[in-house]
Design a protein around this ligand. Sequence first.
Ligand SMILES: CC(C)(COP(=O)(O)OP(=O)(O)OC[C@H]1O[C@@H](n2cnc3c(N)ncnc32)[C@H](O)[C@@H]1OP(=O)(O)O)[C@@H](O)C(=O)NCCC(=O)NCCS
Length: 167
Amino acid sequence: MDILIRPAEPTDYDLLGEITAQAYLQDGLLAFGDEDDWYFRELKNVAERAAEADVLVAAADDDRILGGVTYVPSGGPLAELARPGEAEIRMLAVAHEARGQGVGQALVQACIDRASAAGTGLVLCTQPTMHTAHRLYERLGFTRAPERDWHPIPGDDFTLLTYKLTL
Ligand SMILES: CC(C)(COP(=O)(O)OP(=O)(O)OC[C@H]1O[C@@H](n2cnc3c(N)ncnc32)[C@H](O)[C@@H]1OP(=O)(O)O)[C@@H](O)C(=O)NCCC(=O)NCCS
C-alpha cells in the first residue's frame, strides 16, 4: 500500500479525531477508560491542536485517512516534556484496520524528517503498555531516557516513559 503523509486539512479533523480517540479507547489506553475521559475529548479535538502544532495525516491511495500524529516544533506550546532545541511527537494513532502495514512508522519518520530539517532533537512520552509503539520508536533509533519519565496525574503513580532521538 502506498502511504502519503501530508498536513491535515480542516476536512480531515473530525475523522482523524475519531480515529485517534478510538485507537486509545479500544486499546485501553485512557486513564479513566471511557468516552467521558478528558483525554478522550482532547484526542478528538484536532482543530485545537492544529492551531498550535503541525498535525499530519497518513492517507491511502484513495485519500482514505489511516492515522495521524501531532508534531510540536521546538518551543511549541503543546510540548509536554521537550526542552529547548527539541521537537516533540504527540498523539500518534493508526486505525485498527490499517495497522501492521508501516503507517505508524511512516508518520514517525515524517516527524523525524521535520526535526532533522529544523536541526532539533526529538522526544516523546508513551505509556508502559504501548509495546507496539516502543518497538516502532526503537526501530527508528529512539532510545529510552528514564531520567525524564514523569507522572502526569498529580498524586497518582501512573508513569509516562520518555524516549528521545538525537539528530
Ligand atoms: C502504535 C501504532 C501507532 C502503530 O501503528 P502501525 O501502523 O500498526 O505501525 P507499523 O505498521 O509501522 O508497525 C507495526 C508492526 O507492523 C509491522 N509491519 C510494518 N509494515 C509491515 C508490512 N508491510 N507487512 C507486515 N508487517 C509490517 C512492523 O514491523 C511492526 O511489527 P512489530 O509490532 O512486531 O514490531 C498503533 O498500534 C496505534 O495506534 N496504537 C494505539 C495508540 C498508541 O499506542 N500510540 C502511541 C502513542 S506514544
